[in-house]
Design a protein around this ligand. Sequence first.
Ligand SMILES: [Zn+2]
Ligand SMILES: [Zn+2]
Length: 142
Amino acid sequence: MIGAGYVVGFTIFTGTILFVFLMIAICFLVQRTSAYHHQQPAGTVPVHSINNFHPGIDEATIRQYPKLLYAEAKLHQGNSTSSCCSICLADYNDTDVLRLLPDCSHIFHLKCVDSWLRLHATCPVCRNSPLPEVMASVEVTS
Ligand SMILES: [Zn+2]
Ligand SMILES: [Zn+2]
């Protein structure tokens, strides 16, 4: 009987699929629950919450650092402005948006330094931390 074999096979197949979906759902729920219980800084959405702990700077703090166009940076800092980004090593264009680190005044592409700061709480060039106190209190600016 081909029909019976087909039905058994189909049942096993469907059962496996359902089981996998169930496991995914359980994993998802467990992750959500533990992420909820893990203290998140208020006002930030845990977009990259694969690891609950990362040593970098949180998004809200990074966004408080001044950003400016390269054309403006040249006006402010004159010849001391570096002409290329130390992270991606590309030359700046006047229209590139840069991020200025508050302590050491080093500048980088906004997108380059933002991804760096999410992983490292230090300046890529001089290794000074742009954080006044390490995670002492997170100011909510939303
Ligand atoms: Zn760059
Ligand atoms: Zn620096």
